[in-house]
Write a protein that binds this ligand. Structure first.
Ligand code: KET
Length: 401
């Protein structure tokens, strides 16, 4: 029955992560996937998360179905973390929020919801993109297009080209944006640039869809949410997909949220109903365990404060690795400008390395970086960073000179 199907080419991120695990190089380094590793190269179980999990075991509760929209305490916590404790839009009851299956689930529910509301819109995605954005919105039946974002010449933002493109989009076009820690480039907008984007979104009647998967890993929990809050404040209708996979290190628990900021409380009620309808028809309800873990951490004042410290620790370690790489490359590769390691934010850095260089890194040094040249910085630690910069110095000087 299914012999006519095409072979799935695999995912460029998960595929190379698997290849890394098969490699036997003694000093191999995994810089493929957006997972946070600690200084010992382990994926941490945050103490705040472990504390809640112990409670859930010691005082077990029946694993009932959650409501379609998820746990109330979880949804409240999403609103506080993403929009801020003092959000006017939240206070006015204008934000419809549901618990979702990770950030990916939030994007999928949002995409299906928008397909019902605006079936003829296009979805515009940054160039380059997290590939799954095209797949998710394409899969929901939208044509997807790209707006300019990254300038390889400066390894920075192509802001003028981006703005020119946004200014030309028809009303009700959906624009996918990353509030912080852009994946794959690590290149973010400044607050002044966000203000300009917000003005154009408002003037043109565009629909911003924000994907915030790395809140707290760039400049800080509040700082990283600037664009979300500024858009809500400006009165825009905006969708926000957030993920707790990285900042709570609960990847496999599938914990995210989808929020839609609406013009009024009654509109938010309508939207919430439609979001529930989408959830019901695709997976019915969100996970009980992950929901209770996240709500347990975020709704307990002590654990919440502890979690903020844990995220600060991750953020500072990433920043330190960026500084170490820059320092070592400056010494090992004079003439190679590695300042982009310092400028780019969050988990990812966009290296601009060629396919030949990436292949040499894998084959000669066991250093795994995905084909786009995106480096997942948390795979580095003080024990392997020398090997990484040696390897980079080798392929950059050998292959290009
Ligand atoms: N949005 C972005 C921008 C993102 O980078 C990821 C994951 C997600 C959403 C998915 O979040 P989740 O809560 O896991 O559903 N990115 C990493 C892993 C992946 O590709 O799925 C990555 O880019 O390596």
């Amino acid at each position: 029955m299914f012999k006519h199907l095409q072979q799935y080419a695999g995912d460029p991120i998960f595929g190379l992560n698997d290849a890394f695990h098969r490699n036997t190089h003694p000093r191999k380094i995994n810089l493929t996937i957006g997972l946070y590793y600690d200084e010992a190269g382990r994926i941490p179980i945050l103490p705040s998360v472990a504390a809640v999990e112990r409670r859930l075991v010691d005082d077990p509760a029946p694993r009932v179905y959650l409501p379609m929209e998820g746990l109330q305490g979880y949804r409240d916590a999403v609103q506080r973390v993403v929009f801020g404790a003092d959000s006017q839009a939240v206070a006015e009851g204008r934000v419809a929020t549901i618990q979702t299956l990770g950030g990916t689930g939030a994007l999928k529910v949002g995409a299906d919801f928008l397909k019902g509301a605006y079936p003829d819109s296009e979805v515009w995605i940054s160039d380059p993109a997290w590939d799954n954005h095209h797949a998710i919105f394409g899969g929901a039946g939208f044509p997807t297009r790209s707006y300019p974002y990254y300038d390889p010449a400066t390894k920075g933002l192509a802001f003028d080209a981006m703005m020119e493109c946004l200014r030309g989009l028809p009303s009700r076009t959906i624009v996918l944006l990353h509030p912080c820690c852009h994946n794959p480039t690590g290149v973010d907008l400044s607050r002044e640039q966000w203000e300009e984007v917000i003005a154009v979104l408002g003037e043109r009647g565009l629909i911003p869809f924000l994907d915030i998967a790395y809140q707290g890993l760039g400049d800080g929990m509040e700082e990283d949410a600037y664009a979300v809050r500024a858009m809500a404040q400006a009165g825009l209708t905006v969708l926000v997909a957030n993920s707790f996979s990285k900042n709570l290190s609960v990847y496999g628990e599938r914990c995210g949220g989808l929020s839609v900021v609406c013009g009024s409380e009654s509109e938010a009620d309508l939207v919430l109903g439609q979001l529930k309808a989408v959830v019901r028809r695709i997976y019915s309800s969100a996970p009980w365990h992950g929901g209770h873990v996240v709500a347990g951490v975020l709704n307990d004042a002590k654990l919440y404060a502890q979690w903020l410290d844990e995220v600060a620790g991750m953020r500072e370690r990433i920043a330190q690795m960026r500084r170490m790489v820059h320092e070592q490359l400056t010494a090992k590769l004079p003439g190679y400008d590695s300042a982009y390691f310092l400028r780019q934010r969050g988990m990812f850095t966009y290296s601009g390395l060629s396919q030949e260089q990436l292949l040499a890194l894998r084959e000669r040094h066991g250093v795994y970086i995905i084909d786009s040249g995106r480096i997942a910085v948390p795979g580095l630690n003080s024990s392997n960073v020398e090997h990484f910069t040696d390897a980079l110095a080798d392929v950059v000087s050998v292959v290009t000179h």
